[in-house]
Design a protein around this ligand. Structure first.
Ligand code: ARG
Length: 459
């Protein structure tokens, strides 16, 4: 039965009912609705609406209902209730009769749904922060295990300067760490209670809203009822955090898809996260990573979708706000799965260090070092840059790396070049020379790894 039948003479059309009902998706909020209702029952008992005995009966029935739901004893979506709030009330009424019909005193579904959604989101943030930590831990283990592997670093997808593979891993740890901090931040703003704000103007019953907020684990109560029932900034924030993190996951996926390609062959992804082709027997495709990259579409879409939904809404509650849920639920689920999937991919990675080294050596990545060498012999950098460029051109024509050229060949370009040039052209030398905070040298990389081991532990 609908919660609002009294004023109506005719029933809803079938199409309207299916269009309007949110139970098919908001049933996800059932435990939060029960939790909020227990809090509300205590608040209205203190306000004199319920006797202590009535409140206790209600609380017990709500606890029983929560257990049944948790056990999977009830098929919520089979009900014809309009939404999760009506469903909980209908279940309670079946057990308690009239007492259950008192529970909604002073409350509106508008403050109720806003509360439920905040409670649900708060729980999800903890789950997501956990998943972000796990990916970081796995990347850290990969970094530790492959500290000495060097591969080309790219700009413009052209080999630029060699880097440690561990440095690449640490770059993504930084991104996931920021993603996590965004959620910590969101949690602070989200953790305020709309309950007791009524439909839009506040409730007439003497509810201690601060105490109610605390009892539900909120830091405080929202102080403006119009805002509290219609604010969905916290949903936007989660969608933005998800979009940013999915963008990071997508770049991570893109890098690895390239590293795993036949052309680069820097890494091999495990069989457990790749799939074959139905036609071409030799193929081993990076599907897990491609799906991570592909799922950005719907996550970014959910953020854009809700922004547009909220844009023109007058205060306070409007049914448009019901459109906040499916995108949020879907986004959180997809983001979470992508984080777990990324973790599995990371654990499956094997490095092909010979291919990495070869590629790192082949790209004339030591041309900058040659220029710096000339600078150390007193040549102005601009001139040194030009000389080094000429050496590259010559080496290219010989199809040799710079370090394979004989001293006499090098001296054609500058007599200042001597035997001591060769060690500085070595790969390890040029990587480890970047021995500065943030650099790819072994010292800064080891230091950051140690710091993360302390902060994250490894997985
Ligand atoms: N299903 C609704 C939603 O998600 C619950 C609030 C309904 N409030 C109302 N006044 N019709 O927004």
């Amino acid at each position: 039965m609908a919660l609002w039948g009294g004023r109506f003479q005719a029933g809803s059309s079938e199409l309207f009912k299916a269009f309007n009902d949110s139970l098919p998706f908001d049933h996800i909020l059932v435990q939060q609705d029960i939790q909020g209702s227990i809090g509300w029952s205590k608040a209205i008992q203190q306000a004199g609406v319920l006797t202590l005995e009535e409140q206790q009966k209600l609380e017990q029935a709500l606890i029983d209902l929560s257990a049944k739901v948790a056990n999977g004893d009830l098929d919520i979506t089979a009900s014809s209730a309009e939404d999760v709030h009506s469903w909980v009330e209908a279940e309670l009424t079946e057990v308690l009769g009239d007492i259950a019909r008192k529970l909604h005193t002073g409350r509106s579904r508008n403050d109720q749904v806003a509360t439920d959604l905040r409670l649900w989101s708060r729980e999800q943030l903890d789950v997501l922060i956990d998943a972000l930590n796990t990916v970081q831990q796995k990347l850290l283990t990969l970094a530790e295990n492959n500290k000495d592997h060097i591969l080309p670093g790219y700009t413009h997808l052209q080999r630029a300067q060699p880097i440690r593979f561990a440095h690449w891993c640490l770059a993504y740890i930084e991104m996931f760490k920021r993603d996590s901090s965004r959620l910590v931040d969101t949690r602070k703003r989200l953790n305020q209670s709309p309950l007791g704000c009524g439909a839009l103007a506040g409730t007439t019953y003497p509810i201690d809203r601060e105490e109610l907020a605390q009892s539900l684990g909120f830091d405080s109560a929202c102080v403006n009822s119009l805002d509290a029932v219609s604010d969905r900034d916290f949903v936007l924030e989660i969608l933005f955090a998800a979009s940013t993190s999915m963008m990071h996951l997508s770049r991570f996926a893109e890098d690895l898809i390239f590293f795993n390609s036949g052309e680069a062959n820097f890494v091999t992804l495990g069989d457990q996260v790749t799939s074959g082709s139905s036609l071409m027997p030799q193929k081993k495709n990076p599907d897990a990573l491609e799906l991570i990259r592909g799922k950005c579409g719907r996550v970014f879409g959910a953020l854009q979708g809700l922004l547009v939904t909220l844009k023109g809404l007058p205060l306070a509650y409007n049914k448009d706000l019901q459109e906040d849920k499916e995108g949020l639920f879907e986004t959180v689920a997809q983001w979470h799965t992508c984080l777990l999937m990324a973790g599995e991919v990371v654990s499956s990675i094997e490095l092909n260090s010979a291919a990495c080294q070869k590629a790192a050596r082949e790209g004339y990545a030591n041309a900058t070092e040659l220029a710096d060498y000339l600078v150390s012999k007193g040549v102005p950098f601009r001139t040194a840059h030009e000389i080094s460029g000429e050496v590259v051109l010559y080496a290219l024509a010989q199809q040799e790396p710079i370090e394979s050229l004989r001293l006499e060949e090098l001296q054609q370009f500058s007599p200042l070049i001597e035997e001591d040039v060769y060690p500085i052209l070595e790969l390890e030398y040029l990587v480890d020379k970047r021995n500065i905070l943030g650099g790819t040298g072994i010292e800064p990389v080891s230091k950051i790894i140690a710091e993360y081991q302390h902060d994250l532990g490894s997985a």
